[in-house]
Design a protein around this ligand. Structure first.
Ligand code: ZN
Length: 236
């Protein structure tokens, strides 16, 4: 089996990504970064997901981004509630500066160590919060970097960065997860999850996720402290 490194956050998108990589025949070496996120319940969810979806192993690496701060997820800045809508052209305060660059770099380093040419991540550019490092141009640029930055790249390996969800809606991601047998109740997407991993139902991540289940016409198994507000299905 070919090896791949899969970035796993504990949320639904990276869980579906792991399931897709497995389906494509990779032995998946899952990695999560403890970057100082507000709640360890995300990392506990990542460990559950890795075990549930048959990852070859799961590693948690510490890179504490609270050292540089600058985000509602890593500094003493309030996570905004979804009803306080930010302008569409503004990047929300939940953006973590350079997070995906840092995480993909760690995944790339581990891929070299493992002799893996493939890295998978669950970034999505459709139903997302507008983060610059979730866009296709970022993934393409990182793919180029991966090949000039590494010993493996100079020795004829072609390093590939896979982002299979990048053009999918949240509803499509839910459907894909259902098809692949992902148990979404094991995942935590909320920015304000409590210690038990229960979702707040009020942040941007909760709103996007809850709407995805409604639009996919799939029962939402998320454990909420307070039910997320959703619109009628978009009929996607
Ligand atoms: Zn939430």
């Amino acid at each position: 089996m070919k090896r791949a490194v899969v970035l796993l956050s504990g949320g639904m998108d990276s869980a579906v990504t792991l399931a897709i990589a497995r389906e494509q025949g990779f032995a998946c070496h899952a990695i999560s970064v403890a970057y100082g996120q507000r709640h360890v319940s995300e990392l506990q969810a990542a460990a559950r997901v890795a075990a549930m979806l048959g990852a070859a192993e799961h590693k948690i690496v510490d890179v504490d981004l609270r050292g540089i701060g600058g985000s509602a997820l890593t500094a003493d800045i309030e996570v905004p509630l979804h009803d306080r809508v930010h302008p569409a052209d503004e990047i929300p305060v939940t953006y973590v500066p350079a997070r995906n660059t840092i995480m993909l770099s760690i995944a790339l380093g581990w891929a070299e160590v493992l002799g893996a040419d493939d890295i998978w991540c669950g970034v999505n550019a459709v139903d997302y919060s507008g983060y610059p490092d979730c866009r296709p141009e970022f993934i393409a640029a990182f793919g180029k970097l991966a090949n000039v930055a590494t010993k493996a790249g100079t020795q004829g390996h072609v390093m590939r960065v896979h982002a299979p969800l990048i053009a999918l809606s949240k509803a499509d991601i839910v459907r894909e997860g259902v098809r692949l047998g992902v148990d979404f109740s094991a995942t935590v997407s909320c920015y304000r999850a409590d210690a038990q991993g229960r979702a707040c139902g009020q942040c941007d991540a909760c709103a996007l996720r809850a709407q995805g289940f409604v639009d996919a016409d799939v029962k939402d198994p998320t454990r909420y402290v307070r039910a997320a507000l959703v619109r009628p299905a978009r009929g996607t």
